[in-house]
Unconditional design. Structure first.
Length: 163
């Protein structure tokens, strides 16, 4: 997680970001028809501005919740720490393979951010998923797994051999 600012600096940044965000939101509301200003609907700028306007409430969460960072740089840095197999993974054979690699990398980084050993988590969840009720599948996400199952995770047979 990004480091927290002191209260004085944090409140100053909060006010500054809020003012700029409100001005941008007001401008986007006034400029609803970007085409009237000479921008084509297929223009990347028009698409970006429409994205901001349509998702404004979600993009402004950081203004009301101090635990939500303004950016996700800390998450991107965490993902870069996973070696990419010396360019081998760039060729995942299929788009589906690339999506699966992304999912596994995301799970590993999420485990690390929550202080969970990714190996213990994956071994436990892969054994538990077949017998776990589908209605409670949300309990297998890393954050909830830590509170419900981390104290006594399921282990593989290889765990006892090494001991």
């Amino acid at each position: 997680m990004p480091e927290k600012c002191s209260n004085d600096v944090g409140s100053f940044l909060q006010r500054a970001h809020e003012a700029q965000t409100r001005r941008l939101g007001g401008w986007l509301q006034v400029s609803r028809q970007f085409e009237n200003q000479g921008l084509l609907p297929s223009s990347p700028l028009t698409k970006a501005l429409a994205y901001i306007r349509n998702r404004r409430s979600g993009l402004e969460v950081f203004l009301t919740d101090p635990d939500v960072p303004i950016d996700t740089n800390h998450l991107e840095r965490a993902l870069r720490a996973i070696p990419m197999g010396h360019r081998v993974w760039m060729f995942c054979w299929t788009e589906l393979g690339a999506k699966h690699i992304g999912t596994v990398q995301s799970l590993i980084v999420t485990c690390r951010l929550h202080g969970i050993d990714p190996y213990d988590y994956l071994v436990d969840v892969l054994q538990r998923v077949g017998q776990h009720p589908a209605a409670d599948v949300h309990l297998l996400t890393p954050m909830l797994w830590k509170t419900h199952f981390a104290a006594s995770p399921l282990r593989s047979d290889l765990y006892t051999i090494g001991k």
